[in-house]
Design a protein around this ligand. Structure first.
Ligand code: SME
Length: 175
């Protein structure tokens, strides 16, 4: 997902649902938005474990729920590179090598990357010139990189990826 304008410092630590319970749990509109999204994705993926089906619905849910996004989607690991999977938004780059762009770098390093201004990220791959910010969350199960999720709210999306992984059979349908 690529955002136009972003509210500086809005990111909050949203490790998982129970992290929201303690009295020092983060609060605020963004946290409420993600709390609702976590519940929605739980319900939406309930009873379905197919990777492509769950990726398609997760991308759509998040794309339509998060304001100011112009892209939300998955890249899956195929034949040693990232291949575009289910997404919402304008047509995207089809294949990305490990170590290339924000996606390839997050995949290669196995860590979430938040880019406040993509125009300052060396090697950023501009599939859509309208993109200003970007976050990439690697999807790792049992130590194996399955793919990565592209969006622009770190903690909330890391929590969503956890729900996605819990509900999805990563061996089915895709990467
Ligand atoms: N901008 C990404 C490429 C993916 S598209 O934007 C969907 C990158 O730099 O890796």
């Amino acid at each position: 997902m690529k955002g136009g304008a972003r509210e500086a410092g809005e990111d909050r630590a949203l490790e998982s649902e129970d992290a929201l319970e303690p009295e020092d749990a983060p609060t605020g509109p963004k946290v409420d938005l993600y709390r609702g999204l976590l519940a929605d994705v739980e319900r939406l993926l309930e009873g379905e474990r197919d990777l492509l089906a769950n990726a398609a619905n997760t991308a759509s849910l998040i794309y339509h729920a998060l304001p100011e996004l112009n892209w939300a989607g998955f890249y899956l690991v195929r034949e040693g590179e990232l291949v575009v999977g289910p997404f919402q938004g304008k047509p995207a780059c089809t294949r990305i090598a490990f170590g290339k762009g924000v996606c390839g770098t997050a995949a290669a390093e196995g860590r979430t990357i938040v880019v406040e201004n993509v125009h300052e990220f060396p090697g950023h791959i501009a599939c859509d010139a309208a993109s200003n910010s970007e976050i990439v969350v690697p999807i790792i199960k049992q130590g194996r990189l399955i793919g990565r999720f592209d969006a622009d709210d770190r903690a909330g999306l890391e929590a969503l990826v956890e729900v996605f992984l819990a509900k999805t059979e990563v061996g089915s349908g895709g990467g």
